[in-house]
Write a protein that binds this ligand. Structure first.
Ligand code: LLP
Length: 382
């Protein structure tokens, strides 16, 4: 079995657990996205929620990406990292007044608005500040993304977006509200989508919506199709990058853009997941009656995805080349869900070995908590 290429000589004296980021892989990924998206003039905003580590943000900003934010905190982080204010989009079902103010004062590119009531509040706050908010309406297209139910967002039963039946009536509101201007439509159907057909369905749905709007004389400046492109968690060494070429081509082939209409994306996971690994030290090998446990010093507080979504992460013992044995790989937290993998094959493992939990660059470090009064994991870049 091929293992990842880790600079283990640098790991010896670092305090575990920590996130290790492969800067070269991140940069190669960004280069590939730029190459594939620029074929069609598409604009990619990095979804900061996936990983807001300052160094990650700087690298991504430096390559000319925009930012997709879901809170005032993320808007501030984006601006601090140097993202252009006029390339920031701001989404979220529950934007607080101070967050709306922050966005207005920063003159961001666009609010992705999720309800008529939110639109009215933004209009009011913009009026107080003597500003006009540029708005894209987030439409819930009722498309099944065939992914984990916790990260499916585009169905009628989900809390996100404006239902299709209410779209035209919400658009009519703009004529009454003087401090909001409608510039686009926004969609996001879910995350970790590896089959392209939900994206094709989305394009077809957008075409229908656009032609209905055109019939009543409405054409918008931009369409934002959100994020959601999945990565291969099973084989990080063989498939270290998502298939951006096919992904962008799907939109080119299926989506009918109007003249001068721009297409925007909000990619998170596919940009940063592969470049991050959680490095953890084995504390004990405990022989149970039916199980052998590798108890490691990282827990669900450092990487919650396996506990929360039963997510799979490929795990390697980067200190051992001995024959494979079967382990349950568990953390130190007082919860049975604090388990990274069950019945997992690792090179024979002993106390002090380092394990790499792979593809943890997205929704890893950023979702860490201090539960059990643990320290937040540190991060290192090589
Ligand atoms: N745009 C919107 C409106 C979103 O809600 C999201 C993710 C994205 C873009 C970025 O999606 P991505 O390209 O990363 O799939 N914590 C979960 C994932 C939650 C995704 C939330 N929204 C996980 O660990 O799998």
């Amino acid at each position: 079995m091929i293992k990842g290429n880790f600079p283990t000589q640098h790991f010896e004296n670092l305090p575990t657990p920590f996130y290790y980021y492969d800067t070269e892989l991140l940069k190669n990924t960004l280069t590939c996205i730029k190459k594939e998206s620029s074929k069609y003039n598409y604009k990619v905003h990095y979804a900061i929620k996936a990983n807001a580590n300052e160094q990650i943000l700087k690298i991504i900003q430096n390559e000319g990406f925009g930012a997709d934010c879901v809170s005032g905190g993320e808007i501030n982080a984006a601006l601090n990292a140097g993202f252009n204010n006029n390339e920031i989009v701001f989404a979220g079902v529950g934007k607080a007044d101070w967050e709306i103010e922050t966005a207005l004062k920063s003159d961001i590119f666009c609010f992705n608005v999720e309800s008529a009531v939110e639109l009215e509040v933004i209009n009011q706050i913009a009026n107080n500040l003597n500003k006009t908010a540029k708005v894209a309406l987030r439409v819930n297209p009722n498309i099944d993304a065939h992914t984990h139910s916790y990260i499916t967002t585009g169905l009628n039963e989900n809390k996100f977006g404006i239902n299709l039946e209410k779209l035209q009536e919400t658009i009519l509101l703009f004529s009454k509200l003087k401090n909001v201007s409608l510039i686009g439509l926004h969609f996001h159907i879910g995350s970790q989508i590896t089959d392209m057909s939900p994206f094709q369905d989305l394009c077809i749905k957008i075409n229908e919506i656009q032609s209905e709007l055109k019939n009543v004389g409405i054409t918008l400046q931009h369409i934002n199709v959100g994020g959601g492109l999945g990565i291969n968690y099973q084989h990080p060494n063989h498939i270290p990058m998502a298939d951006f070429e096919t992904y962008f081509k799907v939109f080119h082939d299926y989506l009918n853009l109007e003249k001068n209409q721009t297409l925007h994306f909000e990619l998170g996971r596919s940009i940063v997941a592969p470049c991050g690994s959680l490095i953890t030290k084995v504390l004990y090998i405990k022989e149970g009656t039916t199980k052998r446990f590798a108890i490691v010093d990282a827990g669900m507080t450092d990487l919650i995805r396996p506990a929360l979504y039963k997510a799979y992460h490929h795990i390697e013992n980067i200190s051992s080349n001995e024959d494979f044995e079967i382990y349950d790989i568990v953390g130190p937290i007082c919860e049975s869900s604090d388990t990274f993998a069950k019945d997992y094959s690792l090179n024979k493992t002993k106390r002090g070995d380092l394990l790499a939990i792979r593809s943890a660059g997205a929704y890893g470090e950023i979702m860490a908590s201090k539960y059990n009064l643990r320290e937040l994991p540190k991060s290192f870049f090589f």
